[in-house]
Design a protein around this ligand. Sequence first.
Ligand SMILES: N[C@@H](CCC(=O)N[C@@H](CS)C(=O)NCC(=O)O)C(=O)O
Length: 222
Amino acid sequence: MAAVKVHGPPLSTAVSRVLACLIEKDVPFQIISVNMDKREHKSPDYLKIQPFGQVPTFEDEHITLFESRAICRYVSEKYVNQGTKGLFGNNPLTKASIDQWLEAEGQNFQPPSINLLFQLSWLPRMKLEQNQEAIKENEEKLVKVLDVYEKRLGESRFLAGDEFTLADLSHLPNTQYLLSWTDRGELITSRKNVERWWGEISGRDSWKKVLEMHNAALPTKA
Ligand SMILES: N[C@@H](CCC(=O)N[C@@H](CS)C(=O)NCC(=O)O)C(=O)O
């Protein structure tokens, strides 16, 4: 099988989502470097394959796709018979349930979690001032989302049911960074069911491999 191509740095949350999915599905891939510090994602050539100038972009044979969750759905459908089965369900109801929680991740979990990461991790790294109002507002929003998850995960082993699916996988990058790069890890660890779920999904071999790629990509300290 020819390797698919993923354009973008493994440390990007959206790139990580796609890498975790490809590893779950045993799909060989090649990472194509996009140097975001040099703004290569805004270059005319890159904009031809990702018109919004974001990573990742995905290439498989003659097709090009962007949007990490759409890429994950495609990979799970195209390679349905290999790797982890049922990542995107196998009947209309399981697919709808997975989609429901994938949408919850994209629409409810992603905005406050990425804003918190930006405020609590990226701004300090760039030695820029944080906005305390934005921190408070996004933390409050995330608390409400995680309270819904806590209830759901008290009733169900994974978000969409008894099996690990794309709905769970899609939460890996931002949750990892909240825990590793901010002091707000308690948002996860103080919720019994969310913490149990996090232990289960972050312990998957696919995610451990993505973390190895993160470690390899991080600048080494002198
Ligand atoms: N919804 C898109 C979001 C992609 C995205 O926001 N990528 C970030 C890196 S994680 C990016 O390219 N940021 C640079 C920019 O927006 O200019 C997806 O899931 O693929």
